[in-house]
Each structure stands twice: as C-alpha cells, then as structure tokens.
Design a protein around this ligand. Structure first.
Ligand code: ZN
Length: 375
C-alpha cells in the first residue's frame, strides 16, 4: 500500500476547507475546485496516469528515482494507483509530465487561470502550491488537466520572443547566461527546447524567457599565467557526471605530484579549505582577481606556507603544490573559472588559449627568486 500517500490524502482533507475558501474568495467564476494538495518538496504535484511507474515518472521529470521516492515517503515497491497525487522533487522538469506553461511578466495565478479557462486554485494545485506561493517570469508550471494550452500560448508574443534573444560568445555556458539574465537555468533551457548537455557555440542565438534581463556581455577571461607547472595534460570534461549527481564544473589538469600551482592573475586569496574527512575539494584556494573573476584550485598536497586568506598574489606566484587530497584518485589540479564571481564557465578553451601545459620553466617569483624546475 502507498501508506505515505494515504496519510497525505487524509492530511489534505483536513486542510482542504481552508484552501477551498481561499480559492472561492479569489475567483467567483471558479469552474474547477481546488484539490487542496500541497507539496513540501517545493516541486510540482503530479497525478498518476495509467501505465505510470516510479522509474517512468522520474525519467520524464528528469529527476533521480530515489529523489522522487523520498519526496513521497515511498518505497519502489509501493503500487501506484491511477489518480494518486505525487509530489515531484524541486527542480523537476515539468515539460515531460504535464502541459506546461512558461510564466510571463505580469502573470499571476489568476491571470493564467483566466487565460486557460480554469480557476486560480486549480492551477496552483496542479503545481502542488497554494495561492500564496509567488511565481516569477520564466518559471515553468503545470496546467491542470483539461486546461487549454493553446489559449495559454495565444494572445501576446510567443514565449520564445518574450524575453528577447542573446548571441552566445566564447566561454559562455547555460548557467552563466541564466545567471547574467537573472532567470533560472531550467527556464532558459525550456524556452530553447534544449537540455543542459547541449553544447553552446559562439554565434548561437538563444531565446530568453519572459522577464529576462539582457545579459551583459560575458567577461572575457584571459589567464595571465598557467595554473600549474608543466608538463601536464588535460581534456574537456566540462559537464561530465560526477558522484552524488554533481556535474563537473572545471577542468582536471593532470600534473606530477609536487608540481607548482600558480596564481593565474593578480588578485587576493579570498578563501581556503583544508583537507578533511568527506570533503571533495581537499586543500583548496579561491583566488579573486582584481577584475572580479574568481578561480578555484582543488586537491593541493599543500599550501605555500607564507600565504593566508587575504594575501595579495601576483600572476605566476606559487600558491601550493599539486596533490590528490579530497575526492581525487590521482594527482591533479581541479581548476574552475567563475567570471565576475558568478557561475563557473568551461575553463578548457580559456586554458588552451593561455597555452595550458606548455610551461615547464617555473615563473619568476615576487622578489626575483626563480624556483628549481622541480620541487
Ligand atoms: Zn575536477
């Protein structure tokens, strides 16, 4: 039996009166009654259809099956019954599980429900939300079954044009563009019919979701020095899957243990983490360059002893040594680039443009000292 869902149904009955009252006050012309079902997962609600399975729903919503089970206090052996209401984990992609609608500037539960011939309460309930949940331009929500999707997309400009367009430049990523446009990455992907693994090329023209700000041009990142002493090797692993559902947000530079790790720009060390049990990064530095770009260095065997958080460093200055601390199976530097301090972008082309591993000779250090070729 689906014990969790049963308990929730009972709980839903208890709160239904209050919610139904709100819906009635909000909309006299209500034709569909609000179900009064709400999801503490922060994700939308989903009504089980014939032929559904836990794995099938998780696949269509682009979420981990275990996250789906957890959001419903359920076990994979729990039987799904047509009409059961489930909660999807937050971040679920609703385009695969319902008739979806991208919220535009000025929208409210009420204005959307009017356009699709439903009631505000029913639209909110289809998203596991109460009428007090605020919606933002670019959010992708579910319409209740029976709502008219064509009415939703008619009227003003098609959603693809609503937020304008953006031309991809070198070094861009989905997350960086979304961050600069002040919209969610999911809404940016949806409005372009794309998924996060789709590669962006300079010159590609993207649609922006309604309500997006025109993104400022991507800060052009030029490294003043290589991040590690050569010889070393690296390849483009941007976005590759990592443990616990993480995506690779940097480049792994394989360099001998004990090779120097260098500041790639003039700036200040703005953060340090120490190797510890369960940590992914091991010994790591964050460098904030004078132009606001941030650089993250992980897995160091050790830190240059005179450096502290707040220390000023110059491009080429030794920050520490390549190692395998944290979640690393071989000595390498995990290196990230965050233009303007925002979301990481793919460092691979930027590293290549700098020359990457073509730097066996150590840089001259502040004070004129030239280190030995090896440690
Ligand atoms: Zn890495």
């Amino acid at each position: 039996m689906l014990v969790g869902a049963e308990l929730r149904r009972i709980a839903a009955l208890i709160v239904m009166c209050a919610v139904a009252t709100v819906a009635a006050v909000a909309d006299d012309s209500s034709t569909t009654s609000a179900a009064g079902f709400s999801c503490s997962s922060g994700g939308p609600a989903y009504e089980v259809r014939s032929g559904d399975s836990w794995y099938g729903i998780a696949g269509r919503a682009d979420v981990n099956p275990s996250a789906l089970l957890k959001a419903n206090d359920a076990a994979v052996t729990d039987v799904l019954v047509v009409g059961d209401r489930l909660c999807l984990p937050s971040g679920a992609d609703v385009t695969g599980i319902c008739t979806s609608y991208t919220v535009r500037a000025g929208d409210s539960w009420g204005s959307i429900s009017t356009r699709v011939g439903s009631s505000p309460g029913a639209v909110a309930a289809a998203n596991g939300a109460g009428l007090d949940r605020t919606i933002h331009p670019g959010d992708v929500i579910c319409l209740p079954s029976g709502a008219s999707a064509t009415a939703a997309s008619g009227g003003s400009a098609p959603s693809g044009e609503a937020g304008g367009s953006y031309t991809v430049v070198r070094g861009d990523s989905w997350s960086a563009i979304a961050w600069r446009a002040d919209v969610s990455m999911r809404s940016l992907l949806n409005v372009n019919g794309a998924n996060a693994r789709d590669v962006l090329l300079p010159g590609d023209v993207l649609s922006l979701p309604a309500g997006a700000k025109q993104p400022a041009a991507a800060p052009r990142v030029v490294l003043q020095a290589a991040p590690t002493q050569g010889p070393c090797g690296y390849r483009d692993t941007w976005g590759d899957a990592r443990s616990q559902g993480r995506r690779h947000a940097g480049v792994d530079i394989f360099s001998g243990a004990g090779n120097y790790v260098y500041a790639v720009a003039d700036g200040k060390l703005s953060g340090r983490s120490w190797d510890g049990a369960g940590g992914n990064s091991g010994n790591a530095w964050m460098l904030t360059a004078d132009d606001g770009n941030k650089y993250f260095y992980a897995h160091l065997s050790d830190f240059a002893p005179q450096l502290r958080v707040g220390s000023r460093v110059r491009a080429g200055q030794i920050l520490g040594w390549v190692g395998d601390t944290g979640n690393a199976s071989a000595s390498h530097l995990h290196f990230e680039i965050r233009p303007g301090g925002g979301s990481p972008v793919n460092p691979y082309p930027i590293l290549r443009a700098q020359g990457g591993c073509n730097n066996g000779r150590p840089y001259t250090q502040p004070g004129g000292w030239v280190p030995d070729r090896t440690r």
